[in-house]
Design a protein around this ligand. Structure first.
Ligand code: C5P
Length: 312
């Protein structure tokens, strides 16, 4: 095959419990990931021009608001493909095309999703046949959220978020996401979380998974899940972007079962009772100040999956 396209979902964190800062600069987490039906697509193709002097990995990005996505070796998809080629022990060539729908720097792990998709696409394109366990290991080196983008579904992550255990869930959950103008830097939000805790003289608690949340997921109980949603990074995201408090309040006032900042933000997530309720709620939130766009999605959905193979 000379081109492989992989579809990969965004995530929302249903619970993000942040522990103390570790010596390696990361925080110990309990991170309940949930993959939702907002997808990026990554196509890996054999370079058509046969120019052997060109960089072995090139990347293009298409979609709205993609100006901040690097098209250099800093791109997470390029880093993932390079790491995969390194594992295979030789140079491989590919042109990567990323079609983005997941908001950039939005707290929905879009960059990590693209890295996971690049691993699956290049593993196929180059005929490496590495098992998913090997891809998971490479993924964890690229970023804390990359392994989950391979796995999908709903899962709890521990360590820095990369050690995953799938969770049992029932039914489908319906979501509304309010996208904001501009992104928030993840390291900056973690740093602000540490600063706020220090200022308040609060020691970081040992992160623990919420049994109420696990029970709500097992029973497919959206009302109970709405009440159990929790994000320790939310105060920091609100401190850096105060307008998000109004967005969250607007969603709650207009009938969301639960509302929280997604990951490090600035995307806000609202849980709805049904697909109809999600559409209705989305219509009521569109005009809120600071909200660039509103989208609906459902979860859980599978992780990075081959969507097509062709002649490039
Ligand atoms: O792993 P990743 O590169 O996606 O993480 C981005 C940044 O988020 C890290 O450099 C760190 O500042 C912060 N982070 C953290 N603790 C985690 C995960 C991420 O402090 N468990």
């Amino acid at each position: 095959m000379s081109a492989i396209t992989v579809r990969v979902p965004a995530k929302v964190n249903l619970q993000l419990a942040v522990g103390p800062l570790r010596e390696d600069g990361y925080h110990d987490l309990v991170n309940v990931f949930h993959a939702v039906s907002l997808f990026d697509e990554v196509t890996a193709a054999e370079p058509a021009d046969g120019d052997v002097t060109a960089a072995p990995l090139r990347v293009r990005v298409e979609g709205d608001h993609t100006g901040e996505v690097p098209v250099s070796d800093d791109n997470l998809a390029v880093r993932a493909a390079m790491a995969l080629a390194g594992r295979a022990g030789r140079t491989y060539r590919a042109d990567l095309l990323i079609r983005k729908s997941i908001p950039v720097a939005g707290g929905m792990a879009g960059g990590s999703a693209d890295a996971a998709a690049a691993l699956v696409a290049c593993n196929e394109l180059w005929g490496l046949g590495l098992p998913v366990e090997d891809l998971m290991e490479i993924a964890a080196d690229i970023g804390s959220d990359v392994p989950f983008a391979l796995l999908g579904g709903t899962a709890v992550g521990t360590g820095r978020g990369e050690r995953l255990a799938p969770l049992e869930t029932a039914g489908v959950f319906h979501w509304v996401f309010a996208l904001a103008d501009g992104g928030l830097s993840t390291p900056r939000v973690y740093g602000e979380c540490d600063r706020l805790r220090e200022e308040a003289g609060v020691a970081a608690p040992r992160p623990a998974v919420s049994e109420t949340l696990l029970d709500a997921l097992r029973r497919g109980d959206a009302k109970a899940l709405g009440q159990a949603l929790a994000n320790d990074l939310q105060p920091a995201a609100l401190a850096l972007r105060p307008s998000l408090a109004d967005t969250l309040a607007a969603g709650r006032e207009r009938g969301a079962l639960g509302a929280l900042v997604s990951g490090s933000g600035p995307t806000c997530a609202f849980l709805a009772e049904s697909a109809e309720h999600a559409h209705e709620l989305a219509g009521l939130i569109t005009d809120v100040d600071g909200c660039r766009a509103v989208v609906t999605a459902h979860g859980p959905v599978p992780g990075a999956t081959v969507a097509g193979a062709g002649a490039g």
